[in-house]
Design a binder for this molecule. Structure first.
Ligand code: NDP
Length: 331
């Protein structure tokens, strides 16, 4: 079976040369283990952060299989909770087959298209759901700003805020993405951060100031929005993608802590697994939104395991619209 290893630690920007594709013999599953065939691999901005050091998970070390969330199908089960044919999700890494303890994966039930299990109904959709609805908690008529808005988490987060009656402004890296946000996803306005400073553009895009900022990016974009926050605004720290693909992270933003004091701001970070006990309810609600087209599910599918490195390098460069997945095999 084939797998992709991180061959060396990237210095500076990640490149496809940092990965190597190899063929290894297929292992036999032991007691309590499953042999799983991968169907889709989730390509996440966080994959790059895992190479930088320990985060909420162990570092991905050079010379080891590249880690990554995936959806697979059980081929052989030596675990009483699973049978051949079951769909399972977990950190299976970048490979075609894997042997894992049954306890290390979650059984999934198909609801709508298979890919939805990794996009709207996967970690992506749930991250947007809990970050936006439980932490940001926008009220009708409030202004919400989302960074990396045309990405996987951001595109869902913005649409969720719309379902709660907020005015939603997206920040993204190109005119094409901005147009997609307003024309296709129903955002009220969008800012191309590569064309104008965010702080300036927000004067027009968010004339009443910002009540909730759902931040995926950090850095200069964070600073720009911070200066437009309203009294008692809430900042949801979901991620910091501007700091992942580099060896030299930027200095912290200006306005900290002064603006937090004068504007009585609240800032809160979270990891989606904090809400694991509410996953079933979130999934049911997200499935409903998707089925009724209250949320448009955008997926960006790359073909073939061998293209996973380029898929991640491209995502960090802003190539993707919505959730990027690598298709490995059909069920
Ligand atoms: P996305 O699909 O959003 O892809 C990343 C996007 O980030 C790119 O498309 C690009 O779009 C943008 N980007 C890249 N570099 C920069 C930069 N320097 N400045 C501004 N934007 C940049 O990825 P994900 O949905 O996987 O991740 C989005 C965020 O969600 C990440 O920060 C991730 O860590 C976080 N996350 C957090 C979780 C949690 O539990 N807290 C769980 C899952 C994800 P553009 O063209 O607009 O620049």
């Amino acid at each position: 079976t084939r797998e992709i290893t991180l061959s060396d630690s990237p210095s500076g920007k990640l490149q496809t040369q940092n990965f190597a594709l190899s063929t290894t013999p297929l292992a036999e599953p032991g007691d309590g283990e499953l042999l799983i065939r991968l169907l889709y691999i989730s390509i996440d901005a966080a994959n790059r952060a895992w190479m930088q050091g320990r985060t909420y998970r162990d570092q991905v070390l050079p010379g080891t299989k590249m880690a990554g969330g995936a959806l697979g199908q059980v081929v052989v089960s030596n675990h009483p909770g699973f049978k051949a044919g079951d769909l399972v999700e977990g950190d299976m890494g970048w490979c075609e087959h894997v042997v894992l303890p049954g306890d290390a994966v979650a059984k999934r039930t198909q609801r709508g298209p298979l890919t939805h299990l990794l996009s709207i109904l996967g970690i992506t959709g749930k991250t947007a759901y809990f970050g936006m609805l439980k932490i940001g908690a926008p009220k009708k008529g409030e202004t919400v700003v989302v960074s990396a808005a045309a990405g996987a988490v951001g595109s869902v987060a913005g649409q969720l805020a719309k379902t709660h009656g907020a005015r939603v402004v997206g920040i993204a890296g190109s005119d094409r993405k901005c147009q997609w946000l307003t024309d296709e996803l129903g955002f009220d306005a969008a800012i191309n951060y590569n064309k104008e400073p965010v702080v300036k553009a927000l004067k027009q895009a968010a004339p009443d100031g910002v009540d909730v900022f759902f931040d995926n990016v950090g850095g200069d974009i964070f600073e720009g929005v911070l200066f437009r926050m309203n009294m008692r605004g809430r900042i949801v720290c979901c991620g910091a993608v501007s700091q992942y693909d580099t060896e030299t992270p930027t200095h912290g933003p200006r306005g900290v802590p002064g603006l937090f004091v004068t504007k009585r701001l609240k800032i809160e970070g979270f990891i989606v697994s904090d809400f694991a006990d509410q996953f079933a309810q979130a999934e049911a609600e997200l499935a409903g939104f998707a089925a009724q087209s209250h949320i448009k599910v955008a997926e960006d599918i790359v073909e073939g395991l061998e293209n996973a490195p380029q898929a991640l390098v491209g995502l960090l460069g802003g190539e993707n619209l919505g959730k990027r997945l690598v298709h490995v095999a059909d069920p």
